[in-house]
Design a protein around this ligand. Structure first.
Ligand SMILES: *Cc1c(COP(=O)(O)O)cnc(C)c1O
Length: 395
């Protein structure tokens, strides 16, 4: 079955006891057993729950994985992957990471004796150069956050396999609709389902997908042992959101391309970061590795932090907010919001400057989105007279 069909049907047969077409919310903590060791596959909802099981099967089908596990947040999913690490192990990570991932690496795992090396995310050779005998995991995001560079998944997977390391891809930004890392040789996919997979900014959730049975057994053990599971209702909401992933992603991509083209060449915009623009350094890789270019667009102002503040205060359709991937458009200032916990020199070195903004382009009418950006940019232009004010000139 094709992707859009799997999103609606995988793991979601009609309920055998009632015929309910939609997977019920099994709001129960426990299950009545027939006799000793004789049950219907469920004993206690931390260990397993039918609504969660349907979500896990659906997400596994979307990533072409044999196994899926759902969690109460993207970070809970990440922790389950990281639970395979032991003191003395080494991890290589791309340097343009989600701030929370960087935080758990540095503040939780490093004090426990795990070491980390960060390499420029898009330089494949840097991963090979950083490998050590004790390298256990390679962790990448692509497109990266917030600069939207790409990691060549197949090439980094080859490095991992040559050295017996496990490649983890955080596929939150791309979603399985645009990119399937397991097909490209990665061992594990991690998601914050909070973002595009749920798609409606009303749940926090996460998932792990893999076809490696040993890794799955370890992650499943940790899921039950540590207990960071999603509630039946949250599992149901994410399952419902995932049904429309294909149509939503098509519109996100179309709108993001329109917004990127509008910003590209605007006199107040110094740089636009969008893999769909032919000028993007990873455009060719994006064409090869992804089926479209995604809904995230970042751009740098040619101006001051005050100009950025004038702009965000002037937005009427875009909301100034963290997070991404919902149907509504958001604008985020990474330096003070999502990436605020990264030391300032480190942040600037990576290009996450005070004038960088990240847009999660929603699925509203793109004409309204462009008009909103245009009028908010206009406020900046009036504030510092950088753009000739035609109305004033006429007076
Ligand atoms: C949001 C996000 C996470 C963390 O997920 P939560 O659901 O917030 O715990 C991890 N990786 C990426 C790329 C994210 O955007």
């Amino acid at each position: 079955m094709e992707f859009a069909t799997r999103a609606i049907h995988a793991g979601q047969e009609a309920d055998p006891s009632t015929g309910a077409t939609i997977t019920p919310i099994f709001q129960t903590s426990t299950y009545t057993q027939q006799g000793l060791g004789d049950n219907k596959g469920f004993e206690y909802s931390r260990t397993g729950n039918p609504t969660r099981a349907a979500l896990e099967a659906c997400l596994a089908a979307l990533e072409n994985a044999r196994f899926g596990l759902a969690f109460g947040s993207g970070m809970a999913a990440a922790s389950a992957v990281l639970s395979v690490l032991r003191p003395g192990d080494h991890v290589i990570a791309g340097d343009d990471l989600y701030g929370g991932t960087y935080r758990i690496f540095e503040r939780v795992l490093r004090p426990m004796g795990v070491t980390f090396d960060y390499v420029p995310a898009r330089e494949t050779a840097a991963y090979a150069a950083a490998v050590r005998p004790e390298t256990k995991l390679i962790w990448v995001e692509t497109p990266t956050n917030p600069l939207l560079s790409l990691v060549d998944i197949a090439a980094v997977a080859a490095v991992a396999r040559e050295h017996g390391a496990v490649l983890i891809v955080d596929n939150t930004f791309a979603t399985p609709y645009l990119q399937r890392p397991l097909d490209l040789g990665a061992h594990v996919v991690v998601h914050s389902t909070t973002k595009y997979i749920n798609g409606h900014s009303d749940v926090v959730g996460g998932a792990i997908l893999t076809s490696d049975e040993h890794l799955y057994t370890d992650f499943k053990f940790y899921q039950n042992a540590a207990g960071g599971v999603p509630s039946p209702f949250d599992s149901w909401l994410v399952l419902r959101g995932a049904k429309t992933l294909a149509v939503r992603m098509r519109q996100h991509c179309e709108n993001a391309m329109g917004v990127a083209r509008f910003l590209d060449g605007h006199p107040l915009v110094r740089a636009v970061y969008y893999p769909g623009l032919p000028s993007h350094p990873d455009h060719a890789l994006a064409r090869r590795q992804m089926t479209d270019f995604g809904g995230m667009v970042s751009f740098a102002f040619d101006g001051t932090r005050e100009d950025v503040d004038t702009f965000v205060r002037g937005l009427r359709v875009f909301a100034l907010a963290e997070s991404l991937g919902g149907v509504e458009s958001l604008c985020c200032h990474p330096a003070s919001m999502t990436h605020g916990s990264i030391p300032v020199e480190e942040r600037e070195r990576r290009g996450v400057t005070e004038t960088l903004l990240r847009l999660s382009v929603g699925i509203e009418d793109v004409r309204d989105l462009i008009a909103d950006l245009d009028q908010a940019l206009g406020r900046v232009a009036h504030a510092d007279a950088r753009i000739p004010d035609t109305a004033a000139a006429a007076r």
